[in-house]
Design a protein around this ligand. Sequence first.
Ligand code: SF4
Ligand code: SF4
Length: 113
Amino acid sequence: MPNACQRCGACCALYKVTLQCSETSDQPGGTVPLELTVHCGVHSRVMKGTERFRKKRCIALSGNIGDNVTCLLYGQRPVACRDFLAGWEIANGDNPLCDRARAIYGMVPFRSF
Ligand code: SF4
Ligand code: SF4
């Protein structure tokens, strides 16, 4: 199946993306560029742009939502992003958060919720 995320991007412009401080580039083994994150509590940070109350959009998301998007950090993205399963790639289940994000941006959910 083609990667439907490349024509979506809704979750990257709806949810707060939190990461451990240990995931940023200033830490040994950290991959996420520190400058693309902001503080969120003592032990965590947030992807810039997703800390907003309204109009969240991750700073690493390039392109037009629902059309053609790219994660500019794909190989270095936070654990939360790696763990977020897309509805189209789940064989025996679904991800209501994926479907919800798509629905909010006017895209067909992979399953009804
Ligand atoms: S909302 Fe679902 S389909 Fe869209 S980019 Fe996120 S994981 Fe992929
Ligand atoms: S780092 Fe990439 S996958 Fe994660 S929210 Fe930002 S654009 Fe989306």
